[in-house]
Design a binder for this molecule. Structure first.
Ligand code: BGC
Length: 739
């Protein structure tokens, strides 16, 4: 009780300091040498650590409830600033508390807390830009809004590979390739942390489906996970140097993510040299001694294991003090590294316009043009006088991804389900971003009519009487559930078929979180993938549809023809008993479920699987069209410098940006029958212009992991290097010699 009182008084002091614009940090002085910003974060952390009592150290290692935890369960919850977690600081020493918010594509619960946050396009959308700079702007924007709302730690940075495209969190992640995913998330988190919030990369690891996520045992060989999911984490972490990594709910080869010595201690901390702290996923902690020894540093959002029970374990000599020091040192290091000690957040008003601008620019680079038969797009107002816009609530807005990443739209859900008054964890939430209105603004002299699509006949009749039909098709997904399949729900396939039969000039705009199957593909003229488009998605989309923006995005995930082509045609079902446990934290003493998924496809994730299995995808990884076209020529590989040089020419009539992709195949005799993405370049080209570019081949993605020696090796021999516009279209080949 005393402790709580103390915390409340401290919090009041912090508030007063913030109100009067005072700095929360205490001035540097001979008695506070750690406040010297010229010292490296490691040294500063060490200096503070020496000052701490055991209880002060332990306070850094657990949460104190999340925004909606009842007060009687966690008396400090009200200090959490409305966020997902709160960890006390050591105010007397200038170490601020952690105010933690979910922020995968914007800041969660902003509406519920009476604040505003920009919704960026979904991370999977942003990954389709293949643009580290765009990822950086994404992170920067979220970081600045976090600070404006008083948060100093983010829970973003999902980099689990799309091994299972029905995973309900696919939209939160950044695709199926380790190099692309790691590069995008790394740049995003680097720039977010540069705003002085502690960065986080999650969910470590193999949290590749939501079904049974709390109990699932993911079984996969070490080599396969090193060359796929872990490689994405490693690349992301080495670019971002985040203060935190969040361990996952699931088990990996038997051990839970948050008490997995191989993943946490051996790989993350030892091999990769990660110096920040491992934070548990929310209620993902399952033990005291095992978790602590394995390398979990902080339990969130409560203190079920790392609170008083950890103290007891230390007192009883079951957990060594050196482990407590290591955990506390890592939390302190992250605080100094990220800049939150020297520059704690100051509450301010979010710059709405700046956010909308950033969200629009990112979405313009994220939209992928998948089909454009006879140049049906961009819309030519000189030829198209009437347009039928059909379905997808396009008259009201665009859909967003659900779960803990949910961003609240200003004014609440634009399409309120009956009987619901506010946004909920697993409801479809719509932003008031009507593509119909945006299109009407862009094409003031075109008659644009709307049909909701609920009556297929009336929609078809509007389409028949229009020059062009645009069907908006939505596939909503959320954390905590997987999709039953990749087919569009709610009769939307039938709607598209009927509209396309009525008007051959039919375009489908997809608002999806993952791949979609398209039984109607041959019957429509155009397909545009807009993803979950964010706060200004309607404007970005309208710009692409009318040609003010030439699309440049390319798929960061494969679109299969059917679920039967996936490595797992069905997601293994949960038993009735498992169902009950699947979304609840495992309580101590609960028997461990036998729910297991064998990832026998190993490192053959996404395009690698399709190539190895000789399966033709519907749309390949790396595919995306433009309103212009490009020709590739003259590939030269420099084996010493490990570079690929080639020329790309814009052979069309519009300026554009081509994402030129480089792949490599391991030497003959290797056990791999797929190519790996080894680099890419975004090239801006005016009509007729050609450019010779050099792509440096990242050596990490040429290597294989050797389980026997527990290390990486670069196999000598002749590697085939391929360059082209997508993973299934690589017209240029040359060879790289590795001695
Ligand atoms: C999710 C995390 C999230 C956390 C806090 C968990 O259920 O898996 O991604 O950051 O909740 O909301």
């Amino acid at each position: 009780m005393m402790q709580n009182r103390k915390s409340q008084i401290r919090f009041l002091l912090v508030l007063i300091a913030a109100v009067f614009g005072a700095r929360f940090t205490l001035a540097q002085g001979p008695d506070r040498p750690w406040m010297n910003p010229a010292l490296p974060p490691e040294a500063r952390a060490e200096l503070v650590l020496k000052q701490l009592t055991l209880d002060e150290k332990l306070a850094l290692l657990h949460g104190n409830g999340m925004a909606h935890t009842p007060f009687w369960q966690m008396p400090l919850t009200h200090l959490a600033n409305g966020g997902a977690g709160y960890t006390e600081g050591i105010e007397g020493l200038g170490i601020p508390p952690l105010f933690i918010a979910d922020a995968a594509y914007g800041i969660r619960d902003s509406g519920a807390n009476g604040r505003y946050s920009t919704a960026m396009p979904s991370p999977l959308g942003a990954a389709s830009s293949w643009d580290p700079e765009s990822a950086c702007q994404y992170g920067e924007l979220i970081g600045s809004e976090l600070r404006a709302q008083g948060y100093d730690m983010t829970l973003g940075g999902g980099v689990n590979l799309t091994r299972e495209p029905r995973n309900g969190r696919t939209f939160e992640y950044v695709g199926e390739d380790p190099l692309l995913a790691g590069t995008i998330v790394g740049n995003l988190m680097k720039c977010e942390q540069a705003q002085h919030v502690i960065g986080d990369i999650k969910h470590y690891a193999i949290n590749d489906q939501e079904t049974g996520r709390m109990i699932l045992n993911a079984v996969i060989s070490r080599r396969a996970m090193q060359e796929s999911d872990l490689l994405a984490f490693h690349i992301g972490i080495s670019i971002a140097n985040p203060g935190a990594v969040m361990c996952s709910y699931n088990r990996i080869n038997g051990d839970f993510g948050c008490e997995n010595p191989y993943l946490l201690r051996d790989v993350l901390k030892k091999d990769w040299g990660f110096k920040g702290f491992v934070v548990s996923d929310w209620a993902g902690t399952h033990s005291i001694g095992k978790a602590s020894a394995a390398g979990l540093d902080q339990e969130q959002p409560m203190a079920d294991f790392f609170g008083p029970h950890l103290r007891e374990a230390v007192d009883a000599g079951k957990v060594p003090l050196s482990e407590i020091d290591d955990h506390a040192r890592r939390v302190l290091y992250a605080e100094f590294l990220s800049g939150i000690v020297d520059d704690p957040p100051q509450m301010s008003v979010v710059n709405v316009e700046k956010g909308l601008e950033a969200a629009q620019r990112v979405e313009e680079k994220s939209i992928v043009l998948l089909k454009n038969y006879q140049a049906v797009l961009p819309i030519q107002p000189s030829r198209i006088h009437t347009i039928a816009v059909i379905g997808g609530h396009a008259d009201i807005g665009m859909v967003s991804g659900g779960g803990s990443s949910q961003v609240d739209p200003p004014g609440g859900n634009a399409i309120m389900p009956p009987g619901k008054g506010e946004t909920h964890y697993q409801d479809q939430i719509w932003f008031p971003t009507s593509p119909l209105k945006a299109l009407r603004e862009k094409l003031p002299n075109t008659k644009i009519s709307f049909d909701s699509g609920t009556n297929v006949q009336s929609a078809a009749s509007l389409a028949r009487n229009s020059d062009l039909a645009i069907v908006f098709a939505c596939q909503w997904e959320s954390e905590g559930m997987d999709l039953p399949g990749l087919s569009l729900p709610d009769n939307q396939n039938a709607l598209i078929e009927r509209v396309a039969a009525a008007n051959p000039h039919t375009i489908v705009v997809l608002e999806s979180g993952t791949a979609v199957t398209m039984p109607w593909l041959d019957k429509v003229s155009g397909v545009v993938e807009a993803w979950y488009a964010g706060s200004a998605g309607h404007r970005a989309l309208a710009n692409v549809l009318v040609g003010d923006v030439n699309p440049t995005g390319k798929l960061a995930i494969t679109f299969p023809r059917s679920e039967s082509d996936l490595p797992h045609p069905v997601i293994p079902a949960l038993s009735a008993q498992d169902e009950g446990q699947a979304e609840d934290p495992i309580k101590a003493g609960t028997p461990i479920s036998g729910y297991t998924v064998h990832y026998n496809e190993g490192a053959e994730v996404g395009y690698k699987w399709y190539e190895a299995e000789h399966k033709q995808p519907l749309f390949a990884f790396g595919f995306g069209l433009s309103y212009t076209s490009y020709a590739y020529s003259g590939l030269i590989v420099d084996s010493e410098a490990k570079t690929a040089r080639f020329t790309v020419k814009n052979v069309g009539e519009r300026a554009g940006i081509e994402i030129a992709e480089v792949y490599a195949r391991l030497p003959q005799g290797s056990d791999e029958s797929f190519k790996r993405l080894v680099g890419w370049k975004r090239i801006t080209l005016s009509p007729g212009e050609s450019q010779t570019v050099t792509v440096t081949i990242d050596p990490r993605v040429l290597q294989t992991f050797d389980e026997a020696s527990d290390g990486w090796k670069l196999t000598p021999g002749e590697y085939e290097v391929l360059a082209g516009p997508s993973s299934d279209n690589t017209p240029l080949t040359a060879h790289l010699q590795v001695r």
